[in-house]
Design a protein around this ligand. Structure first.
Ligand SMILES: [Zn+2]
Length: 363
């Protein structure tokens, strides 16, 4: 049976001890500079991969043997754009210069999602209130899914561990087509109102972003290819990218070893680090080849604890910070939540979906 945990990730450990361990784990200025350079080189390789695969798929007249690997490369590079350019840039971690972060953050609009709404949804609602129902929009997928104990149970949730994997691929597409526009019209995301500082330029940027996305992903390919092939490829590609992004984010929070504090629990100030340790889980990548490929694809999202504690660091320094932090916590007798591998993380997410899909005693 699932219970709602209160924020007590590290019983008996004061917030100041946790803060001291975290401070001792942080990278030096030089390590951050090197990390940013590695991140920017990675971003360049992602952009080149997208351009080359797009040329093979859309413009050049290549046979199927070349198009299949190009399609796989395009999907992988689009996922990496989300995890390694868009995510870092929208947190202000891509560069030390604000304008470069702003330009790189437009990669969200390139992928079809409003960067302005994404910053509000992800940086403010999700990071500030991780796993807190009615605040964290990442766990708000009602009525399709029940992802937190406070949420209403419905009969079909008992099969959510089966059908939700399929729906994950469509959640991003749903936002691209009408979710963002609906949020603007309703002036809220879930139960949270949008910031009062929204201006007309925000709406213009959202509309321009949607046009840019539809232009490169649908309109231009239709100039060179039959329309039905373009639509089929667009939906398939969007499903794969949406599926990968949704699952990777879920593995850090929506799992049976993470906590789900209630609305009244502290999650600011001295409670902030404890809240992140309670609600967020890292994923170890023990296999050398697969681990490297997985890490390249997911950016820093296998080190979500470190990301949630310091989201303005480039994701390329998280492995270094995680090694230090986990070792210090281990010495201090503090347990850090860690999936031993990707498969274990997937099993943990499935168990959580099954747990939440069972009819609660009071329902
Ligand atoms: Zn983030």
């Amino acid at each position: 049976m699932t219970t709602i945990e209160t924020v007590e990730a590290v019983p008996g450990t004061s917030a100041s001890i946790l803060a001291a361990l975290w401070q001792a784990s942080l990278p030096s200025e030089q390590e951050i500079r090197r990390g940013r350079l590695r991140l920017q080189a990675k971003a360049a390789s992602i952009v080149i991969t997208i351009a080359a695969s797009y040329w093979v798929l859309v413009i050049a007249d290549f046979a199927l043997w070349a198009r299949v690997p190009a399609a796989a490369a395009l999907v992988a590079a689009l996922v990496a754009t989300g995890t390694s350019i868009m995510h870092d840039a929208n947190h202000g971690a891509f560069s030390s210069r604000r304008w470069i972060n702003r330009v790189a953050s437009c990669s969200a609009d390139f992928l079809g999602a409003s960067s302005w709404l994404w910053r509000f949804k992800h940086n403010r609602l999700h990071h500030g209130n991780t796993n807190v129902d009615a605040f964290d929009s990442d766990i708000a997928q009602e009525p399709f899914a029940r992802l937190a104990p406070c949420q209403q149970w419905r009969p079909w949730h008992q099969w959510q561990h089966v059908y939700l994997w399929f729906l994950y691929g469509f959640f991003a597409l749903k936002n691209v087509i009408f979710g963002d526009v609906r949020n603007l019209v309703d002036n809220r995301i879930g139960k949270q109102p949008l910031p009062a500082d929204m201006r007309r330029s925000t709406v213009v940027r959202l509309v321009v972003g949607k046009f840019v996305h539809i232009s490169w992903a649908v309109v231009v390919p239709m100039l060179f290819n039959p329309w039905w092939k373009v639509v089929l490829f667009y939906v398939t590609c969007s499903w794969l990218v949406g599926f990968a992004l949704a699952v990777v984010f879920q593995l850090a929070h929506c799992v049976d070893i993470a906590g789900f504090p209630d609305e009244g629990a502290g999650r600011r100030g001295a409670d902030f680090l404890e809240h992140q340790l309670l609600t967020t889980v890292d994923i170890a990548s023990p296999m050398p080849v697969f681990g490297h490929a997985f890490r390249w694809m997911v950016g820093g999202l296998d080190h979500q604890i470190e990301h949630h504690m310091a989201p303005r660091l480039p994701h390329t320094v998280y492995p270094l910070v995680a090694r230090r932090f986990h070792a210090l916590c281990n010495d201090a007798g503090i347990s850090v939540r860690l999936h031993p591998g990707v498969w274990a993380a997937l099993c943990s997410h499935t168990r959580w979906l099954m747990d939440m899909g069972r009819r609660p005693l009071a329902a």
